[in-house]
Design a protein around this ligand. Structure first.
Ligand SMILES: *Cc1c(COP(=O)(O)O)cnc(C)c1O
Length: 228
């Protein structure tokens, strides 16, 4: 038995505490419930409590859930690695993509986004710890990619996302988030409409909120362990 309702209440209380500790209004932090590898029932329970934003990593799995909840007016965020042969499904079915790290994928999304849906919201994923083999644009290449993306139709650049290397000590957790925030603030000087820092998960969202996260992506703390 998953205790989604109780977990959501607990997580939103902790988000409020973390926001207060950072002298921030809790309303400026959106809880994105990461429902990958979780059953539809868990999503329905979360939606019944008023949770609106859901994150998924796998396109096929997500499409089934999106179609089954079509009457609930939920907001769907794609947060997985986006393969170029999956961009069409994502362009047609998601409201957000957090993981843009190359211009080719951004162009495909823009070209495939049905105009009547309005622009798709995107964040650039930054490989903030320069980990080999990890998705994400290098910090030094963010400005160029942002400039190119902001010229594309049907696509609205909202901000930056990162998934830092794991650090267990709370003090160490803030450091990569701080670097992403500084990069974001620099970028805002060129792109005044940027408003989104997507950072922080179940194990490090307090540190992310302290550094200005506006979307925290939380899976296990809301839904429990994922199914295999
Ligand atoms: C799975 C996932 C999350 C959620 O992770 P939890 O540790 O379960 O909170 C957040 N962001 C991304 C990109 C993920 O893939």
């Amino acid at each position: 038995m998953i205790r989604v309702t109780e977990n959501l209440k607990q997580v939103s209380d902790l988000l409020a505490i973390s926001s207060a500790a950072a002298a921030r209004d809790p309303a400026t932090v959106t809880l994105l419930a990461v429902s990958k590898k979780q059953p539809l029932d868990a999503i329905l329970e979360a939606a019944a409590t008023g949770q609106r934003d859901f994150g998924e990593n796998f396109v096929q799995e997500a499409l089934a859930k999106i179609h089954e909840t079509a009457d609930l007016d939920l907001t769907w965020h794609f947060i997985g690695h986006l393969q170029s042969n999956k961009t069409r499904d994502v362009a047609k079915n998601f409201d957000w993509v957090h993981t843009i790290d190359n211009l080719k994928t951004a162009r495909r999304l823009a070209a495939q986004r049905p105009a009547e849906l309005g622009p798709i919201n995107v964040c650039l994923q930054v490989n903030i710890d320069a980990e080999p083999g990890k998705s994400g644009v290098a910090p030094g290449d963010v400005a160029n990619l942002a400039a190119a993306c902001s010229d594309l139709p049907n696509l609205l650049l909202r901000g930056l996302m990162c998934l830092p290397a794991v650090r267990s000590a709370a003090d160490d957790q803030q450091e990569p988030f701080r670097r992403l925030r500084i990069l974001f603030e620099t970028l805002q000087q060129e792109h005044v409409n940027l408003d989104t820092l997507s950072m922080g998960m179940s194990g490090d969202y307090a540190a992310a909120i302290a550094e200005g996260a506006t979307i925290v992506r939380i899976g296990t703390a809301v839904f429990g362990e994922r199914q295999q």
